[in-house]
Design a protein around this ligand. Structure first.
Ligand SMILES: [Fe+2]
Ligand SMILES: [Fe+2]
Length: 266
């Protein structure tokens, strides 16, 4: 347990607790106004993650690692609970018990996958059990490429159908990321033989190029939405949210790449 552990933990918790807080808001906005119990539950999660976010910002690199370890356990529990809530909502939608509500099933599944990822990261941090680098490279990319492919699909479906050009662009991104995801899964099934430095390095380079262009597209969409220049039912905060998740993926790609080149130089 060290300073590195504290900083890694705080970085994950600060990023993902804000994300979980916003998911609660998006869920709430998608419920029907009569679903007061679900709205109430969503509000409670919003408060829980807002408080976690506040506490994570109050800790510093000097905080006792044991304190952070206990904090991570608490956050882990909250992440598990919001995951269960999201899966329950998915069940209600898929059994047609929320007719007319406005959250796509894929979106609810998507945000539950993000909660599960967050939960796992906390577990890995606390037990010190990290994937070996080549596995981490493939696993992180399989996770995030799917997330990016979903985002492109959500944007395409939440833009007004009359925004033909932007809808078309979203569809192209969705297609590109589906292809990248298939490539990642191929690399996954070919492991461990596929885990050579040149192949992994090329894999990261290729993904980085596409994530950068999707990130730029999201940035443009976010600015257009914020200035009310395009027609959509996308909440400005959702536009910003998916933009931040692309930025996060880029940071992870760079981190993985630098560990990979360090390993191969050593
Ligand atoms: Fe998200
Ligand atoms: Fe997302």
């Amino acid at each position: 347990m060290s300073n590195g552990f504290v900083m890694r933990s705080l970085d994950e918790v600060r990023f993902w607790s804000r994300i979980m807080k916003e998911h609660s808001l998006f869920l709430k906005l998608g419920f029907r106004c009569d679903d007061t119990q679900l709205i109430h539950e969503a509000n409670q999660f919003y408060a829980v993650f807002e408080e976690i976010e506040r506490r994570s910002n109050a800790f510093t690199s000097e905080t006792d690692p044991e304190v952070i370890k206990r904090f991570n356990v608490e956050v882990h529990n909250a992440a598990s609970r919001i995951w269960a809530f999201k899966r329950k909502v998915l069940g209600l939608i898929l059994s047609c018990q929320l007719p007319g509500a406005n959250n796509f099933p894929l979106l609810v599944d998507h945000i539950s996958r993000e909660a599960f990822y967050f939960r796992n990261r906390l577990e890995e941090l606390n037990t010190g059990r990290l994937d070996p680098l080549p596995d981490a490279i493939i696993n992180e990319n399989v996770f995030f490429l799917r997330i990016m492919a979903d985002h492109a699909k959500f944007i395409g479906h939440l833009l007004d159908p009359s925004e033909r050009q932007l809808v078309e662009q979203s569809r192209n991104f969705s297609h590109d990321f589906d292809q990248l995801l298939f490539q990642a899964r191929d690399l996954e099934s070919m492991r461990p033989q596929s885990q050579t430095v040149p192949l992994l390095d090329q894999f990261l380079d290729q993904n980085r190029i596409s994530v950068k262009s999707l990130r730029d597209f999201k940035k443009t969409a976010k600015e257009l939405i914020e200035s009310c220049r395009i027609k959509s039912i996308i909440h400005p905060l959702l536009a910003d949210h998916v933009f931040r998740e692309a930025e996060r993926f880029l940071i992870i790609i760079d981190m993985l790449e630098s560990s990979l080149t360090k390993t191969s130089a050593g």
